[in-house]
Ligand binder design. Sequence first.
Ligand code: HEM
Ligand code: HEM
Length: 126
Amino acid sequence: MVGGIVMALLAMRAGVEVRRARARGFGRISDLRRAHVRLAKFAVPVVVLGFVGGPVSMFFLRSREPFGTLHAVLGLTVATLFIATAVWGRQVEQGRLDAAALHGRLALAAVVGAGAAAITGMVLLP
Ligand code: HEM
Ligand code: HEM
């Protein structure tokens, strides 16, 4: 999960670089875009896998009721936000540039939420 969050943060940074390049109106924007999309397409599945692993581990390894913690509520929200970010990201990738602003907002919410999930996840650590 830590790896997934780190990759998501790197994807966020790469996305912000694309945004800056676009605001300047020139430069290596297609390279930056490609780097961002490559990172993001790796990060999102890792986060989603980590999300699925949580309740599975709760049930099979700890014999506890899954989705019974604050961490689970936050985790579900964060996973949904990451998936929404990816859906809007795909739209941007396919040329609908008007989706970029919402994509960026969703991404920011996902990353902030992941931070909150990380904090609430600490107490669940063995
Ligand atoms: C560094 C950050 C995180 C830490 C340290 C952490 C830690 C944990 C731990 C220790 C568990 C208990 C499962 C077990 O190992 O037996 C757990 C469960 C879970 N985690 Fe995380 N987690 C983190 C981030 C996330 C994120 C970002 C998500 C969502 C994308 C997430 C979603 C879940 C879910 C849904 C569960 C199941 C909880 C339940 O069924 O009540 N976690 N997490
Ligand atoms: C499959 C997933 C994703 C795809 C296909 C994707 C695609 C894109 C593309 C093509 C752009 C460039 C927009 C432009 O040219 O102006 C962009 C921008 C951006 N992306 Fe992603 N992205 C994905 C996931 C993510 C994730 C996971 C994050 C952060 C955690 C993220 C954060 C950003 C940010 C902050 C921007 C700048 C948005 C703006 O201009 O306001 N993206 N994304």
